[in-house]
Design a protein around this ligand. Structure first.
Ligand code: OAD
Length: 259
């Protein structure tokens, strides 16, 4: 790794990206921070104010589904009030040019929103949300699921959303702690990683598995990893290029065609 304050790093990383034919952008909560979505770790992170085991586990939902829905409904409303930033837009433009695929740990749908706003057809099938979506509801009992953007009535347990097929409770369509990711999702993420010449890792503390193994796989294959983060992470010393800075500023400079 080169010194992250070295001004030539940006140029070098940009050169590598310009020559690459298959780029994977792998993102975490820091990608959405400048849109106003709270991150999980760090001084202002959600896990400082809330306990994951009381809100983001199957046991928590069994114990108190109303409380869990209240928290997810709040997060849905926060995200619905957010806008994508220049970093999302530059990634979406590169997706439309068929050079970039995105694997995100984020459940806010902002990558998809930016891609759809730009060119839904050209960007189709080029974003994978590994941890699910805040705007998906799924049945706790049967295979029923649906996209849903409406506010959830969390005033009483009796009013929580129920499955139209079997009448069991619907739950947020996200992956909780203690749950296994769908095999199909993991397989797609790691296939995309193994096909990438370069992986740009943006705004993730790179600690939650199996997602955190994605950049490691790219490095093991002898390919390039470019990290964009405000602060050092466990990946920083391993990355080929590590840049300290904001996603909204660095991604356009890395991905947009010059001149
Ligand atoms: P974290 O909150 O752990 O990490 C956010 C990272 O973004 C930190 O390394 C910050 O330094 C960095 N960051 C913050 N603002 C930034 C900005 N403007 N530009 C660039 N970097 C910035 O979030 P994740 O790594 O995404 O899982 O967390 C991974 C998983 O843990 C989440 O998907 C979630 C959580 O618990 C589940 O809910 C299953």
């Amino acid at each position: 790794m080169k010194n992250p304050t070295d001004p030539t790093i940006l140029d070098a990383a940009r050169d590598v990206l310009e020559r690459a034919s298959n780029i994977l952008v792998f993102t975490g909560a820091g990608m959405s921070a400048e849109s106003g979505v709270p991150t999980f770790r760090g001084a202002e992170g959600l896990w400082k104010a809330f306990k994951a085991e009381e809100l983001a586990t199957p046991e928590a939902f069994q114990r108190d589904p109303r409380l869990v829905w209240e928290w997810y409904d709040w997060r849905r409303q926060v995200v619905l009030g957010c806008r994508v930033h220049d970093g999302h837009r530059s990634v979406a433009a590169a997706q439309a040019a068929r050079r970039v695929r995105v694997v995100t740990q984020n459940v806010d749908g902002l990558h998809a929103r930016a891609a759809n706003a730009l060119d839904p057809e050209a960007t189709a099938g080029r974003t994978l949300a590994m941890h699910g979506s805040l705007f998906r509801m799924m049945c706790t009992h049967c295979p029923y699921e649906r996209e849903d953007l409406d506010p959830v009535d969390t005033s009483a347990a009796e009013g929580l959303p129920r499955c139209p097929d079997c009448d069991h409770l619907l739950r947020p369509g996200v992956v909780w702690f203690g749950e296994t990711l769908e095999a199909r999702v993991v397989e797609t993420a790691f296939t995309w990683a193994s096909q990438a010449d370069v992986c740009v890792v943006v705004g993730t503390s790179a600690v939650v598995e199996p997602a955190a193994s994605i950049p490691r796989l790219v490095l093991e294959k002898g390919r390039v990893v470019i990290e964009v983060n405000l602060a050092p992470t466990p990946l920083t010393s391993l990355a080929t290029y590590a840049m300290q800075g904001r996603a909204s500023g660095l991604l356009p400079r890395l991905l947009e065609p010059s001149g």
